[in-house]
Design a protein around this ligand. Structure first.
Ligand code: SF4
Length: 404
């Protein structure tokens, strides 16, 4: 952090704690409250600042939690240092929050955490209104900076040493709407960067992951064969209830297109289980469809009701036990898909970027096609790319081992 702030080490007392919250589900809200409570207990004298989507949507609820001094909305969170000036722990809790419909400005951000991969936010907000989702209420309309500015941001983090950059956003396929450009324009621009760097596209809506983008990615040296596509349900009836902008036939076509051009590509897929209106029959239909797809992993989310969403008007509700059963079913299917994907790649060689993360005595890296790989820790390998032949599984079957 700048302006004289430094990150405390484990065990040290902090002067300021910042909690960046999420509100995508009830569980996310609860985790945010737990994190605030825990930090208040561990750092009783620290100024506690809460930002993020939960702070934007329910600022009073957060302001009433013990220890919270400052709640900042989605627009204000970019000026934390300004709000910190003159702030006293003993003052009453303050809230600064602009109504999201008035927020038009796009603010860049990038993060690295303690890993090696960089995350570059290229787009914010969403103009879709899926019936289960509150994100547009928390993040506002779709917006982005022009390609030229985004490229300059990417170049600046490459100068910092980035070897891999993940392009992120709320609805990244919508990039360009506010600058008269397109996500495809951005991909063409980053592909021309003259540096030893690789890019990943984070979650992108299937209707926006056009065949043009897939074809371009397939011949690009910079864009990795790794896709994350939200399906949400494999039942067309449920997709209709969710007001998603595609049907499952389009989704299947995207997966086939990727696999026909990039047979080794990793494809992660988001699915939500137990939404209102998802009957047993629809769920079974969805499972069969998902099983038929040549994908690598599922990210399974359990539906929880969010205030002010249209899905609340649907009368058919699923019990918590049924939601759990469906989640368990899809987790099992995901394990099957991931193991099959990993097994297909044993004995093949891929470039691995070694990260600053360890798993026991091993270090972790990811292949170009997002296979998690381990090898004995060697700190000189961190943030370097090495061609690695994939061997057997590690003990907990979460990764393949390098060079065996
Ligand atoms: S596209 Fe994503 S962020 Fe936008 S409303 Fe739908 S689920 Fe929410």
């Amino acid at each position: 952090m700048n302006e004289g702030f430094v990150k405390v080490k484990p065990g040290e007392q902090a002067d300021v704690c910042i909690i960046n919250t999420c509100t995508v589900t009830d569980i996310a809200d609860r985790k945010s409250r737990q994190a605030i409570g825990k930090l208040h207990r561990l750092h009783p004298n620290a100024i506690i600042i809460v930002i993020g989507c939960y702070a934007q949507l329910k600022p009073e609820e957060i302001a009433n939690l013990p220890g919270v001094n400052l709640v900042l909305g989605s627009h204000e969170k970019f000026n934390i240092l300004e709000y910190l000036k003159g702030l006293d722990k003993n003052n009453p809790t303050s809230i600064h929050r602009t109504e999201i419909k008035h927020v038009k400005e796009f603010r860049h951000s990038s993060s690295r955490e303690d890993r090696t991969r960089y995350f570059l936010k290229v787009q914010d907000g969403c103009d879709y209104f899926c019936t289960y989702c509150t994100i547009p209420f928390a993040r506002g309309r779709s917006r982005n900076a022009p390609v030229s500015e985004t490229l300059a941001m990417a170049q600046s983090i490459i100068r910092e040493g980035a070897k891999e950059i993940v392009l992120t956003g709320v609805n990244i396929g919508d990039f360009g709407k506010s600058s008269g450009e397109s996500f495809f324009d951005l991909l063409k621009a980053i592909d021309d960067i003259n540096a030893d760097v690789r890019f990943r596209i984070s979650s992108i809506e299937p209707n926006l992951l056009s065949d043009e983008i897939i074809t371009f990615a397939a011949q690009s040296k910079r864009i990795m064969p790794h896709f994350h596509i939200p399906l949400q349900s494999g039942s067309n009836e449920v997709l209709g209830l969710m007001k998603r902008k595609y049907n499952r036939e389009l989704f299947a076509h995207r997966v086939e297109k990727i696999k026909s051009l990039m047979p080794d590509a990793f494809i992660g897929v988001d699915v939500i289980v137990g939404v209102n209106g998802e009957t047993d029959e629809y769920f079974e239909d969805s499972v069969q469809f998902i099983d038929s797809l040549d994908i690598s992993q599922l990210h399974v989310f359990t539906y929880s009701e969010r205030a002010n969403t249209k899905m609340l008007q649907i009368e058919y509700h699923n019990s918590p036990a049924e939601k759990k059963r469906r989640s368990d079913t899809l987790h099992l299917l995901s394990d099957k898909k991931t193991k099959a994907f990993y097994e297909q790649h044993m004995g093949k060689s891929y470039p691995v970027l070694w990260e600053n993360r360890s798993h026991g005595e091993n270090m972790i890296g990811f292949t170009s096609n997002y296979i998690r790989v381990e090898k004995p820790m060697n700190r000189t390998s961190i943030n370097t790319i090495e061609e690695v032949k994939l061997g057997g599984w590690n003990v907990d079957r979460t990764a393949l081992m390098a060079g065996r």
